[in-house]
Write a protein that binds this ligand. Structure first.
Ligand code: NAD
Length: 357
């Protein structure tokens, strides 16, 4: 197979972890005799510093012509503490998702048995959890009109959804549910929000096309509670942009750490594969970031973008084997982990590649 892959490391730990996702792809190419051609581009704070634009035209052009994108993370403390900054790293991410027509963000909550002790939840509650989130990406308060009154006494973010936006992601989620346990939970706030009432109406309509899938509707507040009370009750979870953003961070604790969760953004154009974590200023540049989410993002790319299931499984297995051998980064170490088994980003990445080879 011959594919062109664009690497966008972004900012902070994005740069540190993406190198390992890329090396996992290179190792797979060698092992399975594929040709992966790599190009690199800038985005986020790094791009603002170089060009004044969080998503330079050159990056967007490369993104549109590549077969898949491996992304790290964007963000810088400078903007977090200055909410009024007009040019911001996250504008690059929102724009590229829009430009590539990426409307569905898939977030598998993959729980490795070896990390049962790393979670803040009890192992007996977690064991057997396997959730696939579908988070809508193009609508919601992220893109609605934003207002701040001149005297700074009022602000508003408009939450909006179009029927077609709900239809297309709902179909993707139902298709996935068919290949899994045939259970789908749609999460909304239909008791309060008009957008959620539209969401629920549309999901109920689409549900009729999939009579073999059992549908449940749940309010977001209840879902947030059930996710830590009984995560095993969920299989495919379908939800809007804001609710999905928050629920999947919560769910990352099921997998032990933000540093473990990969995601795939798919839609009309080039697929975009990235860890769910951000640029983590608190640990950036210290060789402390967990590279496994980036490596697992590479696995998702092989599976979803290229249909290379065997290769994807090999990457996931290499991660499992590394964990089984006892190796940990700080974020997934437990009180029982010997300090000699706690590795930095680069050493952990190298261990996974060793297993993969
Ligand atoms: P974050 O995900 O960067 O970090 C949250 C916490 O998790 C931190 O304590 C961090 O050290 C830890 N963490 C995250 N990834 C880790 C990894 N791979 N290994 C070990 N620990 C890890 O979220 P935040 O602190 O809220 O935001 C930091 C910056 O990232 C902000 O500028 C924010 O805007 C940006 N951000 C970007 C994205 C993205 O690019 N997709 C997503 C979320 C946040």
């Amino acid at each position: 197979m011959n594919k062109n892959i664009l690497i966008i490391p972004g900012d902070g730990i994005g740069q540190e972890v993406t190198t390992w996702g890329k090396q996992a792809l290179e190792t797979i190419a060698k092992k399975y005799d594929h040709t992966f051609n790599f190009d690199e581009a800038i985005m986020g704070h790094t791009a603002i510093e170089e060009t004044g634009n969080p998503l330079p035209d050159e990056t967007l052009a490369k993104a549109k012509t590549s077969d898949a994108i491996l992304f790290g993370a964007i963000g810088h403390a400078k903007y977090d503490n200055d909410p009024s900054a007009k040019v911001r790293p996250e504008q690059g991410l929102l724009k590229i998702r829009k430009e590539l027509g990426l409307y569905a963000n898939l977030r598998p909550i993959l729980l490795f048995d070896e990390l049962l002790e790393a979670s803040s939840l009890k192992p007996e509650i977690l064991r057997g959890t396997d959730i696939l989130f579908f988070r809508e990406l193009t609508g919601d308060v992220y893109f609605g009109e934003k207002i701040r009154s001149e005297d700074n006494s009022f602000a508003s973010d408009l939450m909006n959804y179009h029927r077609y936006e709900v239809e297309r992601i709902a179909r993707k989620a139902y298709e996935a549910a068919r290949t899994r346990s045939k259970k789908l939970c749609s999460v909304d706030k239909a008791n309060v929000l008009e957008t959620s009432r539209l969401w629920r109406d549309v999901v109920q309509e689409i549900a009729r096309e999939y009579p073999d899938v059992e549908t449940e509707h749940m309010f977001i507040d209840n879902a947030a509670m059930q996710l830590v009370k009984n995560p095993k009750k969920f299989d495919v979870v379908l939800t809007a942009n804001l609710f999905g953003d928050i629920l999947t961070d919560e769910a990352s604790q099921i997998a032990g750490s933000m540093g473990m969760l990969a995601s795939a953004s798919i839609g009309d154009g080039t697929g975009f594969f990235e860890p769910i974590h951000g640029s983590a200023h608190d640990i950036a540049g210290q060789n402390k970031a967990n590279p496994l989410a980036s490596i697992l993002s590479a696995a998702l790319m092989l599976d979803i973008a290229f249909g290379l299931q065997e290769e994807a499984k090999a990457v996931t297995q290499a991660v499992a084997d590394t964990l089984k051998a006892g190796w940990r980064t700080g974020d997934i170490a437990s009180a029982e982990t010997p300090t000699t088994r706690i590795l930095g980003t680069n050493e952990m990445g190298a261990k996974v590649l060793e297993c993969l080879r």
